[in-house]
Structure formats: structure tokens, C-alpha cells
Design a protein around this ligand. Structure first.
Ligand SMILES: Cc1ncc(C[n+]2csc(CCOP(=O)(O)OP(=O)(O)O)c2C)c(N)n1
Ligand SMILES: [Mg+2]
Length: 551
């Protein structure tokens, strides 16, 4: 596309974001970025003002995970460096967020004056973001600015990772130069390599007795969920997911096994995956958490391993094969059709982990009972968003109804993700109702963003798991440093001036509050659930035992 001849550099950036599906930009203005905010205000993109930049960064990350691209817009250094952590998470977990930062004007930089917000040199922030993004640009030259914008956006979209654009304040309103875009050679696989890899993989799968697919996050980032579904349906090969890739397919499909996490996860899933004579790892990040702190026993001699960075069948590597081409190729390949998971016990497929147990109305809530109840509460329009801690580990066994309705920072694992991510997710897809699961410690970091939910008329249901501190860390090593100041979380609505709060001690109180929250409430519902500090989910007990040994 060529820009309107009159487009300024800022306007062109807005046009390009819009063309890629972005409708909201998260952030907080400052004098170095006010010019661009004014342009945003008069554009089809809506500014979402958060309370803190970190909230904006996490919201944009969730937005990008759901919509394919997100944007956060902040001022120089004081704002920019606050989204360094959220950008790191987006990088590590492959989420294409465009970080737009205002900056001192080019003319202001002569003779290196000590302008406010500058750290060391004018390019200090740029250098930081070079480490955290896949592409970066300072738009300091109107001749090349449009081209730079296109280059940076293309890299973010291609690699599904964040990118950085710095807008010096004196160039935002300058007209850019429409540039000639040479037709780039399409980014395609090497035909021969692709054909050989598919033949090799098909032969291995057809010869196998117990093939299993382990599906992970890149299937989601590259939009290959339909291909995965087809592949499983057509071949009858069962599918397990990793924690990071959880809900890459709907979890009520008959061929879905559950979350595989080595020794940390469910034993039945582990047995099926590890005993497979042909494990097809699709888009998998072999991280410590995904692999149950390296308790996973996956044998490369019995594996097909395909990601955007590497493709191997047993020990043979194939170069120049794009991940989407391989997955699409597998979906169409001549693969033997089997009776769905024929060798598995039916209970291993699509098993309900938590059979509905009779309610004990006055019993104090436990982590296990909380998740049992939440499992029954999920609906087709629920998106579950977890923070680090019990929230994430307990939720591994929730049954998510449709594909891609679960978000959690299951690799980089930064606390503070879930509440702002709930905001980004609901703006990305207003048909979804976020169910946000967050520990009390994480809530103290970014829970204030519920204010943003109110301001923009969003209605997440937020469960604060109040176990009086950093529960995840207690079994590893405990001390007063794991305590947090006890807040009255359920009274947060009083301070914010909206939303509803509930204090939950028993099973019947949880039931009643969920029944109210399930109806359209016109604002957020915060359920503060009191839990025993020593009560842990089975997954967390196993994880902390292993991590504890490594200290
Ligand atoms: C930003 C950040 N700081 C510190 C940590 C280390 N950490 C991991 S889990 C955890 C405790 C989380 O406490 P809480 O949110 O209350 O959840 P709980 O473990 O109690 O379920 C901490 C401090 C982290 N992962 N992220
Ligand atoms: Mg806690």
C-alpha cells in the first residue's frame, strides 16, 4: 500500500497498525509523545489509558496474542523502561507487540543537552529495546521513515515477536516519503526440503503404533489451529498440549488428552506422551516449565520436532522449511487413519479431571475445590487468564471449551500479567468474558488496572487467590519475605468507585458469588477467595519440590 500523499509519519504508522487489525493502543502520554497522542485521538484507533505503563504493556501483549498484533505507546524512558519487562515477556513467549515511544526531537539533541527523562545517551532506551525486540527503528529521517515502519512491522508479524519504534517529537507531524516497495521474494520453503521432510515424517507416523501430537504455542501464533484440528480428526492421533500452548485446541474434543508437563502434570497424560513411539511436537518450546522442570522424558529418536526455527525427524534435520508449510503439508499428507486413540483407555481421552463432587456448603475453600468449581463455571465465551502461582498451576487442568481461550505467562512467568491482560483480551475480542485468576501477591502489582476496566466498561471476573503471600515460594524456602501486607481485596470497588466485590470463605459463598458474577454485571466482579497459606495444588507441590532441590 502507498500512503496518502499528505500522510505524516505518525499518521502513516497509525494507518499501518490499522491495516493489520489494531484498533486499540495502550499507554500513558508524556510531553515527548503528546503530538502522536493527538494524532491517535483523531484516528480510528482508540487510546486506552492504563494506570501504569506495565499494565499497558501486559494488556497489549494479551491483545496481540488474540488479534495477531498489539501496540503500546509511551513516553521516553520513564514510560519506555517500564514496559521493558512486559516486552521481554512478549519476546520470550512470542507475542507481536509494537512498542511506540516518544522521544526528544532530533533538533533538540544537538550538543547533547541534559533533557528530562534522558538516562545516559539519547539512544540508551533504543539500545535496551534492541535486546528485547526482533526489530527496532528510530524514525529520525523523513526520507526513510515510512520504509522503516514497514520493515519493523513486517519483522514483528513474521517472527511473532515485539518490535520498537521511536518517534522523535519533531518528526511526528512531518510528511514522510511514499516509497517504492520492491516486490519481495515471497518467504517460502525450499520445495525439495519440504517434500523430503513430509515424506520422512509421514513414513514414521504411518509405521508407528502409538503416535501422539504435543501441541504448543506456535500453532496458535501462526494461526494453525484449524490445521491441527483437521490433522487430529483425519488421522485419529490424540493431542496433548503444553502449559504455554494450553487451549491451542478446544479441550473438549474427543481426541484431547490434557496438559503434558513431565512429572509436574497428570500421570496419565505423561504416560501416554512418553510411551509414544512417534511423538509429533508441533510449535513446541522446550522450556523448563513446559517440561515439568526437565522431568520430561522425550526421546528425539522417537520424535518429530517442528517449530519456526527448527525441523527434525528423529535425528535428521531439514533446512529452509517454514513451520506453517510443514503443518499444512502434514494435514494433507497420506496418513493412515486410525480409530481415535484406539490403544488408549477411554477415560484418558477428554476425561473430566474433576468429577462434580457434592458441595459442602460450609467447608472452607481449598485450592482443589476452587478449581473444581471454576471448571463447572466455564462457558463457551469464557477466556481464562492466569497470573503466575497457584492461579497458573491450578488452571492447567481446567477444561477450556474452545481453542485459544487460555492465556498465561507460562514461560517468562512475570507476576502482574493477568489483570491487565484481561483488559487487553476483552478489548481484542469483546465477545469474550475474561475469568482472571490472580494471586494476592501479583494482584498487589497490577490489580489497580481494574480501574482501567471500569473506565472502558469492561466486565472481567477476577478471582484473587488470597493465601496471604507468595505461596509458590513457601515450600521452596519460607520466611517473612514471602508475606504481603494483607489487603481487603474485596473492598477495592469502594476505592475505585465501581465494580462488585465478594469475600469468599466457604463453598456456598463461592457458589453464590459466581451465580451473581455470571450475569451481565456492567462492571468487574472481584472475588477474594481466602485460602490456607499451606494449601497447594498438586502441580505446584511437585514443581516446588523439584525447584527447591535446585536452590
Ligand atoms: C515480577 C515477578 N517478581 C517475582 C517473581 C518470583 N515469584 C514467582 S511466584 C511468586 C509468588 C506469587 O505470589 P502470589 O501472586 O500471591 O501467588 P501464589 O504463589 O501465592 O499463588 C514470586 C514472588 C516473579 N515470578 N515475577
Ligand atoms: Mg499468594
Amino acid at each position: 500500500m502507498t500512503a496518502k500523499p499528505t500522510a505524516s509519519i505518525g499518521e502513516y504508522l497509525i494507518q499501518r497498525l490499522h491495516a493489520h487489525g489494531v484498533r486499540h493502543v495502550f499507554g500513558i502520554p508524556g510531553d515527548y509523545v503528546l503530538g502522536f497522542y493527538e494524532q491517535l485521538l483523531h484516528s480510528p484507533l482508540q487510546i486506552i489509558n492504563t494506570c501504569d505503563e506495565q499494565g499497558a504493556g501486559f494488556a497489549a501483549d494479551a491483545y496481540a496474542r488474540l488479534r495477531g498484533l498489539g501496540a503500546v505507546c509511551v513516553t521516553y524512558c520513564v514510560g519506555g523502561l517500564k514496559v521493558a519487562n512486559t516486552t521481554a515477556e512478549a519476546f520470550a513467549e512470542k507475542s507481536p507487540v509494537i512498542v511506540i515511544s516518544g522521544a526528544p526531537g532530533i533538533r533538540e539533541r544537538a550538543h547533547n543537552p541534559l533533557l528530562h527523562h534522558k538516562v545516559r545517551d539519547f539512544d540508551t532506551q533504543k539500545k535496551v529495546f534492541e535486546q528485547l525486540t526482533v526489530a527496532s527503528a528510530v524514525l529520525d529521517d523523513p526520507q526513510t521513515a515510512f520504509q522503516e515502519i514497514d520493515r519493523v512491522l513486517a519483522a514483528a508479524l513474521r517472527y511473532k515477536r515485539p518490535a520498537y519504534i521511536e518517534l522523535p517529537r519533531d518528526v511526528v507531524a512531518l510528511p514522510g516519503r511514499p516509497h517504492y516497495q520492491p516486490r519481495r521474494a515471497p518467504d517460502v520453503s525450499n520445495r525439495h526440503s519440504l517434500r523430503a521432510a513430509l515424506a520422512d515424517a509421514s513414513e514414521m507416523i504411518n509405521a508407528a503404533r502409538h503416535p501422539v501430537i504435543l501441541a504448543d504455542v506456535e500453532l496458535h501464533r501462526f494461526g494453525l489451529q484449524p490445521q491441527l484440528l483437521q490433522l487430529a480428526r483425519r488421522t485419529g492421533i490424540p493431542v496433548a498440549a503444553t502449559l504455554l500452548g494450553k487451549s491451542v485446541i478446544g479441550e473438549q474434543h474427543p481426541f484431547y488428552l490434557g496438559v503434558y508437563e513431565g512429572a509436574m502434570g497428570r500421570e496419565d497424560v505423561r504416560r501416554v506422551v512418553e510411551s509414544s513411539d512417534c511423538l509429533i511436537l508441533l510449535g513446541a518450546f522446550l522450556t523448563d516449565i513446559n517440561l515439568g522442570v526437565f522431568t520430561a522424558r522425550l526421546d528425539p529418536a522417537r520424535s518429530i520436532y517442528a517449530t519456526s526455527e527448527k525441523l527434525s525427524v528423529r535425528y535428521r534435520n531439514y533446512e529452509d522449511v517454514r513451520f506453517p508449510d510443514f503443518v499444512r503439508g502434514l494435514q494433507r499428507a497420506k496418513l493412515r487413519r486410525r480409530r481415535l486413540g484406539g490403544w488408549l483407555h477411554p477415560a484418558q481421552l477428554s476425561s473430566k479431571l474433576f468429577p462434580p463432587a457434592p458441595m459442602r456448603p460450609h467447608a472452607p475453600l481449598t485450592v482443589r475445590r476452587l478449581f473444581e468449581r471454576l471448571n463447572a463455571f466455564l462457558r463457551d465465551d469464557t477466556i481464562v487468564i492466569c497470573d503466575v502461582g497457584e492461579a497458573l498451576f491450578g488452571a492447567a487442568d481446567l477444561y477450556i471449551h474452545r481453542g485459544t481461550d487460555f492465556l498465561g505467562p507460562a514461560y517468562y512467568a512475570s507476576m502482574g500479567f493477568a489483570v491487565p491482560a484481561g483488559i487487553g483480551a476483552q478489548l481484542a475480542n469483546p465477545r469474550l468474558r475474561p475469568l482472571v485468576l490472580v494471586g494476592d501477591g501479583a494482584f498487589q502489582m497490577t490489580g489497580v488496572e481494574l480501574s482501567t476496566a471500569l473506565r472502558y466498561h469492561l466486565d472481567p471476573i477476577v478471582i484473587v487467590l488470597n493465601n496471604r503471600g507468595y505461596g509458590t515460594e513457601r515450600p521452596m524456602q519460607d520466611g517473612p519475605y514471602n508475606d504481603v501486607q494483607p489487603w481487603q481485596y474485596h473492598r477495592v470497588p469502594e476505592v475505585l468507585g465501581g465494580g462488585r466485590g465478594f469475600l469468599i470463605r466457604t463453598e456456598s459463598e463461592l457458589n453464590d458469588a459466581l451465580a451473581i458474577a455470571a450475569k451481565p454485571t456492567g462492571g468487574f466482579c472481584l472475588l477474594e477467595v481466602l485460602l490456607d497459606p499451606q494449601d497447594h495444588s498438586p502441580a505446584l507441590q511437585r514443581l516446588t519440590r523439584r525447584l527447591g532441590k535446585k536452590i
